[in-house]
Design a protein around this ligand. Sequence first.
Ligand code: PRX
Length: 653
Amino acid sequence: MVVSSATIDSLLKEGEQYVPPKEFTARALVKDDSLYRDADKDFEKFWAGQAEGLHWIRKWDKVLDWQEPFAKWFPGGKLNVSENCLDRHLTDGRRNKAAIVWEGEPGDKKVFTYHQLWREVNKFANVLKALGVKRGDRVTIYMPMIPELPIAMLACSRIGAIHSVIFGGFSSKAVHDRVLDAESSVVVTADYGYRRGGLVALKKAVDEGIADLSIVKHVVVYKRASGDCAMKEGRDAWWDDLMAKADDWYPPEPMDATDPLFILYTSGTTGKPKGIVHSTGGYLVGVASTHKLIFDIHEDDFYWCTADIGWVTGHSYIVYGPLANGATSFMYEGSPDFPKQDRWWKLVEEYGITIMYTAPTAIRACMRWGDEWPQGHDLSSLRLLGTVGEPINPEAWRWYYRTIGGSRCPVVDTWWQTETGMILITPLPGISTLKPGSAVLPFPGVSAEVVDETGAVAGVNKGGYLVITKPWPAMLMTIFKDPERYKATYWSQIKGKYFTGDGCRMDGDGFFWLMGRIDDVINLSGHRVGTMEVESALVSHSQVAEAAVVGKPDPLKGQVLVAYVVLKSGNHRSPELVGELKKHVRAEIGPIAVPETIYITDKLPKTRSGKIMRRVIRALVSGQEIGDTTTLEDPGAVEEVRKWLAAVEGKAP
Ligand code: PRX
């Protein structure tokens, strides 16, 4: 927000700040703070106003029906998400505008105009119908970053099926668990995906994952590479063959605003991932409005979110938000350093990208590779930058701002979660003063607080828990098949408020400074992994008896995992076994969850009641002192853990 003179003193103490360039504000969609004031007066009216921007088949009866902790947004309203993202733009002047522009890692290119994308989605909707998918059925999608992935998602939304996209970096075991939980009868995949010049065998992982799942009746396979993969007679079919026979019109199913649009699995504090369920109407209102106002979307923008669609960032800000707004969304299949470390900057230059949205971990990697890579390219088309996924350290923020943004592009540091569906805490680029490392303020219509464990509002600059105090349109509806877990995870810690699981402090200007997770969920290079999941994976190895996994700060990746493992008797520590355990975690969850270091130890430090002292291990590994030892049965335990750590880490794994 614009800073008043009364706060200058405290701001000076806060350090540097950046005001939006005048030329940016002059052209910005939001030029003053009236949105905040209007939304403060009546948040339901504010969200109803945002909902007016969509196409409704039937208008809602009510904006919000709040039966804590279950929110129904726009009940009575009917709409179709694919109609809002596609059909609408066939008659509003965007018919021949590029909707998705894509480049594959090997350098192949594709452009889909809104009309072309609409045709493909209609055809794939007919393919799914022909495979027996009905409204409300779940369809699992496990694909590389190719345009057919959003086509499959939009086709699901067209027929009212619920998609469950699984990140292509997850293992066959993860595919198994998620297909089983979602009870999908259809899986959509590809033969391979490209990653760092190599091939990722997606179809093979599907085959292994669903080998014992009789619920899966059909697997649709897009031929991305050689097509050289096993096809099971009667179950598997090629995407192109099915599409060749499909009609190019399927009438959009009128969905209730409160029908689920998708499930996305995310890590929690137990070993079992949670199926986060998002709604149709509220979700679309939330992502369309935040995308438009936070990224200041103009008709001529070329917007690029570098996330993978397997994560919520890709769902909300590559697919649904941008397409609902009739924007041009750029998609890139591969890694930023292939074939060289300037691939991203080459893409920005070649396509004339104007808005770029990425993660701090990627920014730090680029920073480490050196300025010569971006400096070899003309990045002057950029006008706005964004980050998401973890707290950004001011040094990386400054590098992004100067070296990539040429000191002329505001940086929007956006805080949100899989569960929140949409960005909740963020600057608005035309009006917000920026402080590197702060996500600034709740979006208009969103109310957040920092509280202590009793729920009392924490004082200025006092750390506490971030909670959201009013429902917001894109909030998760529930956890799939587990409403009790939904209540327990988000609504039981602080009465009447949504518990985010993040630590935070608010400064004297009301700016929010996120401090990372306070539970056993770790952000690894912007990916979310529960330490319990990794522990379960380790103990599922035949030689492992017990495991404790904690996060450790890392200058490049933000956090890395460190595992302490106790072997079953009769087994012995060896470098080969450590290698095997890493391979095992990779196979159970995926490469992202592999611990950086695995220490094999004789015992784990435990409380007298037998619980592993993860909190103490985590704090000591992170170099923090344990402030509050009152909840420990034996405060002397800290010393014991310290000694234990020194002994374990003194020995080579
Ligand atoms: O800890 C917060 C961190 O990422 C978590 C959510 O992870 P996930 O559900 O995978 O979604 C990531 C993309 C939306 C949060 O609980 N996080 C996300 N954005 C930020 C952040 N931490 C600090 N600053 C952010 N901008």
